[in-house]
Design a protein around this ligand. Structure first.
Ligand SMILES: [Mg+2]
Ligand SMILES: [Zn+2]
Length: 190
């Protein structure tokens, strides 16, 4: 199934610079996030959130609070007509040396094991180069959402201002891929 991996902070909700979202009241949806998720859901994309949450390892956010924040986030998204199929988070810090903290691809690999994910039609949207590197490691087409061009050259396929622009790019890319598939008569409905 065509799948879009979404980073959370800075893509769905406003990034709290140098801080974590420690409670639901600190979770602020970015303006276009809910419509963008609805748009992708209506295009039959499976949406999977993959998020680094080192605040858990630091004892700043408990796993229970994080779960509650995610439950409320999903309810708001569903009220807005969208859907989230799964959420994977890494609770670790860099020094924990885990396999799941992005830029490592562990969260994505786990999601790929646990879902049927089309190898061609897979995308990742993130606001950091860590996200892009992780997505590229598992063959995603990648989109960096950023207000300015990144200094380093991680080579995302696209750099766009927000999730809504990313969603439009993903949907037009899927349409294009679908067309070339039909021309080649190699279609396989999902
Ligand atoms: Mg982020
Ligand atoms: Zn981890």
């Amino acid at each position: 199934m065509k799948t879009v991996f979404l980073d959370r902070d800075g893509v769905i909700n406003r990034l709290r610079q140098g801080d974590y979202v420690k409670s639901w009241s600190e979770f602020e949806f970015l303006p276009t996030a809910i419509p963008a998720i609805r748009y992708l859901s209506q295009a039959d994309c499976r949406l999977i959130i993959v998020t680094n949450q080192a605040g858990v390892s630091k004892g700043i956010v408990s796993p229970e609070v994080l779960e509650t924040i995610h439950q409320k986030m999903v309810v708001e998204i569903e009220n807005g007509g969208g859907r989230i199929d799964a959420i994977y988070y890494c609770p670790h810090r860099d020094e924990d040396n885990c396999r799941c903290r992005k830029p490592k691809p562990g969260l994505l690999e786990q999601a790929i094991r646990e879902h049927t994910i089309d190898p061609i039609n897979r995308f990742l949207v993130g606001d950091s180069l860590r996200d892009i590197v992780a997505g590229q490691a598992v063959g995603c087409k990648t989109c960096l959402v950023a207000n300015s061009q990144p200094v380093e050259d991680a080579g995302p396929d696209q750099i766009l201002p927000d999730l809504l622009a990313a969603a439009s790019w993903i949907i037009s890319t899927l349409d294009r891929l679908g067309e070339s598939e039909n021309r080649g008569n190699t279609h396989k409905p999902e």
